[in-house]
Design a protein. Structure first.
Length: 149
């Protein structure tokens, strides 16, 4: 790795922490039931811890019992990219943030049928939560309308 790339990598690790770095940059997974957003249901927006790009809202979060935060859909269709993941002798669909390419988790077809049938199983370490009352102040005012629908 070049010196410049290593510096950028070290800076990112220092900014987001070791676990978030391993999850987002090396496709690691936090242990089930250990993430700060697993059983967290406050009103607000979840953004990529690396880039700050909006990913999910609390309106689409639910308790799936899987041990990681679960969402029925991303904030918009362009928020995430999906990719086939053949690791660990499984066939899964990996979810990455569109802009930064951060590994977020996986999407499964076992979500609530009445809400589209998908379960976006996302690592807490890949997310930063913006409380609803701070959306405008944090520069995410354009997403306030999503909480009124």
């Amino acid at each position: 790795m070049s010196e410049k790339k290593q510096k950028k990598s070290d800076d990112l690790r220092a900014r987001i922490g070791d676990l978030a770095y391993e999850v987002t940059q090396n496709s690691a997974t936090e242990r089930a039931y250990t993430g700060k957003y697993d059983r967290f249901f406050e009103k607000g927006l979840y953004v990529d811890v690396v880039s700050g790009e909006p990913l999910f809202t609390s309106m689409d979060k639910y308790d799936s019992g899987c041990g990681w935060p679960a969402f029925t859909k991303p904030v918009n269709t362009d928020a995430v990219r999906e990719k086939t993941d053949l690791s660990h002798f499984m066939i899964r669909t990996e979810v990455r943030s569109s802009q930064a390419g951060s590994h977020l988790g996986h999407v499964f077809p076992d979500g609530p049928k009445d809400r589209g049938g998908l379960r976006y199983c996302i690592n807490s370490a890949a997310l930063r939560f913006i409380p609803f009352e701070d959306l405008e102040k944090e520069g995410y005012g354009e997403f306030i309308h999503l909480f009124n629908e």
